[in-house]
Write a protein that binds this ligand. Sequence first.
Ligand SMILES: C[S@@+](CC[C@H](N)C(=O)[O-])C[C@H]1O[C@@H](n2cnc3c(N)ncnc32)[C@H](O)[C@@H]1O
Length: 197
Amino acid sequence: MTTQPDYWNQIYQVEGRPGWDMDGATPLVHELLDLALPLGLRPGGDLVVPGCGYGHDAAEWESLGFSVTGLDFAPLAIQGAMSRYGSRVAWSQGDWFTTMLGPWDAIFDHTCFVAMDPVRRPAYVDACAEHLRTGGLWMGVLFHDVKGQSGPPHAIPMAEMRILAEARFDVLHLAEAKGSHPRRAGREFQMVARKRT
Ligand SMILES: C[S@@+](CC[C@H](N)C(=O)[O-])C[C@H]1O[C@@H](n2cnc3c(N)ncnc32)[C@H](O)[C@@H]1O
């Protein structure tokens, strides 16, 4: 059951370096930073990476001057993040749907939304809204194409993502990603959305 930490923890245990792990941050961190700065992202603000895995993206945002929380409910993910990047990021083992940490100024979501069973998507949007301050930004990297896999990850068309997010957010940017990792080129899009009051 993908809703349970054990499902993911077992993959970390068996595979060591799971197929989704890029051994570094997605290049799209920088693309999203450039997109989000004019849309109100505040350098120096606090940012959370839900489903942070081994923490590469969280550490990259920290190196760009943000105060970062890396959250994952799989203990081995958090242990792996700590051993790779130490205490420069606030690592936390917890469930995105129920964590009492936050609120934050921004969310960077890379392969967490798409890891969810699609029935949980509306609740996930609510969780993002609840964990952000008013006006906070949700930056997402999402698959529109998973090469026919049954998932996770689960693909979502851009138009469907817009409708879902608009329940709680104003969608400020929604477009094909340009600088994806070569293994994901042509299959990802990016979203920047602002939480409404
Ligand atoms: C596909 S992996 C991606 C990991 C990381 N973002 C990366 O790109 O390497 C999805 C991650 O989300 C975590 N996850 C899934 N559901 C979660 C939840 N409800 N709360 C916190 N973490 C969750 C899993 O443990 C797993 O580490």
